[in-house]
Design a protein. Structure first.
Length: 637
């Protein structure tokens, strides 16, 4: 049943929603306390009362004054000095008030809530392409219980605060249906006029929640000690079963972003009051969702400072609440003095948002993306083994190493397995023929891929016999200070491409180097961090030379990612966040990236973890958004 004192059913209504407003007002009044000529009819929730203050039409300067009430009710109104009072109406007056509330653009109810209704300094919804600067929009249900701008919230009676603050939980509960359905941004905006629309940008990215496409943020202050924030995050839609790129304008794509995560928090300088809010929030959630899991182990940045945690799992959703003293993101100065009370909800195991509120289960199998990536490399290595045709125990051993690495992925072999791997590589290259060049190039490719995936490295003063043997075959190592190790620099891979660039082996070496951004140094010294430049240049050169190559699709995808890097960097996605040097290229690079993606998706691509992520990145670019990652940008610091 509805309760008129419930802010989830009241608030400011959009003029275009007139009929909805009338129905909302009617339902709100009827559900709380309906009165007939014979007297009041009991509400299903006896505690509910129709509360009245001056029910204002603020935009027209009109007020529904006490004269519309009976004499006895006018007396009650005059005596109303507490937070609320009962209001008795006859049926025809009830209908009239409902219509008035529906016609009013700004409907306020509950004098008990008026005092806590609108000091929240909200930001209005903004055009998508510009920063928010317009005046604050009026609140909509379920709006935070706010304080009128003319009133001083610090003067409110203390007993009102727990009830007012309890709407953190109600905000989350009211949006669970939309969250579960993955409501689109376009649909959300039709029913929510409160808040500022922010499109994803690297500077807005948050740890634990990085891949969104848009968010609606409402934030402000209840008083000098209490700050409120409410966020609704939207993510790129799920890729279609057949991975083809859609066609449309950026705004059309943005409207398709799907709700995947909501967050609400209050920061309060009064720790005791904040803890009362935390208790009330848990109780409110439990009354709707059941007991939940108290003291749940959650997963989020700063979670080590959280206390009084609770977790609910409800029909594919995860909802959590907690309190703590960690500052809102970005945590510029670690723990703060204010106490934060929060509620968050997400779609469980969502592949779109990838947001988790609880630690992932321990994996016994390698993640899908690792398996896919290794299967591709494994196929290339097997091709090269066949082309090299070394045979004998040397070939048997490298095939055993390949199987060992397959089982270990994404981890490295250790101890005896590592020793066996390195000795097998040495034996393989010792047995490999020096000519013809194609077989030699294939043998080098195999040795390179196995050594690169072995995780071998040595301390500064270590130079064991096996390292000396590998160096005798042409392996080169560099000292990497950050890892305090001598690490392999893929010298055999570059040599393989160099001695036989036009054969199948040369193609394997080329695409493998291209996937790394032609960066084989752990210190980013090959390309100076800008591997995307080499990808664009070398990819274009390859396609001019071999336009009909079986690698053409892969080349187009890699070039699209390289152009995507420029867009990301231009919008502040670099290590230092300053993309000024890339901004002149941003627009053309976005267009080129989309063009390369369309060439790659011209024929259907099999669905896989990687191809679905590729589709999402293409979609973001077409939506006018900044990609959420870089591919060939390298930083060693």
């Amino acid at each position: 049943m509805l309760n008129t004192c419930d802010r989830s059913n009241l608030g400011v209504l959009h003029p275009n929603d007139l009929l909805v407003a009338i129905e909302l007002a009617r339902r709100t009044l009827v559900a709380s306390l309906v009165c007939s000529r014979a007297g009041p009819v009991r509400s299903v929730r006896p505690a509910a009362q129709i509360c009245a203050s001056e029910l204002s039409w603020r935009n027209r300067g009109l007020k529904i004054r006490p004269r519309v009430l009976r004499k006895t009710d006018r007396e009650s109104l005059r005596k109303c000095v507490g937070p609320s009072y009962p209001l008795v109406m006859r049926r025809h007056r009830l209908t009239a008030v409902a219509i008035f509330l529906g016609l009013a653009v700004f409907g306020e109810a509950c004098s008990r809530d008026t005092a806590v209704r609108s000091s929240l300094q909200t930001s209005s919804q903004q055009p998508r392409q510009a920063p928010a600067t317009a005046a604050a929009a009026p609140p909509v249900a379920p709006a935070a219980p706010l304080v009128s701008k003319q009133e001083d919230s610090s003067a409110l009676p203390e007993q009102m605060l727990p009830e007012q603050m309890g709407h953190l939980a109600e905000y989350a509960l009211d949006e669970l249906t939309a969250l579960r359905a993955g409501q689109s941004l376009g649909e959300w905006q039709k029913s929510h006029t409160l808040g500022k629309l922010e499109l994803y940008a690297p500077g807005l990215s948050e740890q634990s929640n990085e891949g969104w496409c848009a968010r609606i943020r409402v934030e402000g202050s209840i008083d000098a000690d209490r700050k409120v924030r409410r966020d609704a995050y939207f993510y790129a839609p799920e890729p279609p079963t057949i991975l083809a790129l859609p066609v449309g304008a950026p705004d059309e794509f943005l409207d398709q972003c799907r709700l995947g995560f909501i967050w609400a928090d209050v920061e309060d300088g009064d720790a005791a009051r904040a803890e009362r809010l935390a208790d009330a929030t848990r109780e409110s959630l439990a009354s709707s969702l059941g007991a939940g899991k108290p003291n749940a182990r959650l997963s989020w940045w700063g979670v080590s400072s959280w206390r009084n945690t609770a977790l609910w799992k409800d029909q594919g959703l995860s909802l959590a609440t907690a309190s703590g003293n960690f500052r809102a993101w970005p945590p510029s100065s670690g723990q703060g003095t204010a106490t934060q009370v929060l509620v968050a909800a997400t779609v469980s195991a969502s592949t779109a948002s990838k947001v988790r509120l609880e630690p992932p289960p321990r994996q016994t199998d390698a993640p899908e993306e690792y398996v896919e990536a290794f299967r591709e490399i494994e196929s290339r290595i097997n091709d090269a083994i066949s082309i090299a045709a070394v045979g004998g125990s040397a070939e048997t051993n490298v095939r055993s190493v390949l199987a060992l690495l397959s089982m270990a992925s994404p981890h490295y072999p250790r101890d005896a397995d590592l020793k066996f791997t390195l000795n097998a590589i040495d034996g393989w290259l010792a047995a490999a023929p020096k000519s013809p060049t194609t077989r030699r190039a294939a043998a080098l490719f195999v040795g390179d891929q196995l050594l690169g995936r072995s995780g071998a490295g040595w301390a500064h003063d270590e130079n064991p016999p096996i390292r000396q043997k590998l160096e005798a075959h042409g392996a080169e190592f560099e000292w990497v200070q950050l890892g305090a190790s001598w690490l392999y620099t893929h010298s055999w891979l570059k040599q393989s491409l160099q001695i036989d660039p036009r054969s199948r082996v040369g193609d394997l070496a080329f695409i493998t180097l291209m996937e790394s951004g032609f960066e084989t140094s752990e210190t980013c010294s090959d390309q100076g961090g800008n591997g995307f430049r080499a990808v664009i240049a070398e990819g274009s050169r390859f396609l001019r030379r071999k336009s009909d190559s079986v690698l053409s699709r892969d080349i187009h995808l890699l070039m699209a990612e390289a152009f995507s890097d420029i867009v990301t960097l231009a919008n502040g996605g670099g290590y230092h966040g300053d993309g000024a040097q890339y901004k002149p290229e941003a627009a053309s690079s976005r267009a080129r990236a989309i063009e390369e993606y369309r060439l790659a998706f011209a024929t259907p691509i099999p669905s896989s973890a990687k191809s679905r992520e590729t589709w999402r990145n293409a979609w973001r670019l077409m939506a006018g958004l900044t990609p959420s990652r870089t591919y060939f940008y390298c930083v060693y610091d």
